[in-house]
Ligand binder design. Sequence first.
Ligand code: DGL
Length: 270
Amino acid sequence: MPAPKRSARSPIGVFDSGIGGLTVVRALMERLPFEDIIYFGDTARVPYGVKSVETIRSFTTQIADYLLERDVKLLIIACNTMAAVAGDAVRERSPVPVLDVIDAGARAAVDISRKGIGVIGTPTTINSNAYARNIHALNPDLHVYSQACPLFVPLVEEGWLDHEVTRLTAKEYLKPVFVESIDALVLGCTHYPLLKSLLQDVAGPGIKLVDSAITIAEQTARVLTEMDMHNPQRQQPEYRYVVTDVPLRFQTVGGRFLGRELTQLEQVRW
Ligand code: DGL
């Protein structure tokens, strides 16, 4: 690899299996308004949540290499599924710090829970047991109850954020989790923060929702301070969005995740 040209002015690299990771970009923009960001969304190969571990690891490291070649100063794995099964492979090859949503979500949940923690995510994330492992490494006494919710991703992409079908689906999925004694529910998938108000309704006031997008933005700010790598330029930052496909309705759905219009879109073909 050529000598790194990284500095405090380098961008932060954020990546995801598709557009869901824009929820993390949104939180970063709010928390760190002067940082440049390159976002990579593998829209041609999404969804990852139902793919095999080998496939996810190979796709994930390919994307990490792409961003490292662009001299990012920090890598953020915004996709829970990638973080669950390929976080170690990214860390092994990265000369810059790697943050991921599972580590961030687990820390936040342990901080607020006194009774037990529910975790929801894609089938691959839940089967990997990554959240439970991370939580138990921090506090072995906390009970963790996990539930895969595969229908949430298509429902969110359809825009059914406050729809009866989504509400019924949530009640059905969460029934076994809510019979347990929990006081925190980790939204372990990029798409779930968009269902926050519906899920809070279904969960009731006694359960706090953990949104790893917000937590990881806080963690990023801390790491940049520790590294003395905050962008010193106080001007309009540059945002680039790199995708592997531009599907129909991409702008609408992407805009919903980002909370603003998607511009500066580039497509790479692999
Ligand atoms: N980004 C994925 C996650 O956070 C959800 C979409 C997918 O299955 O690829 O798990």
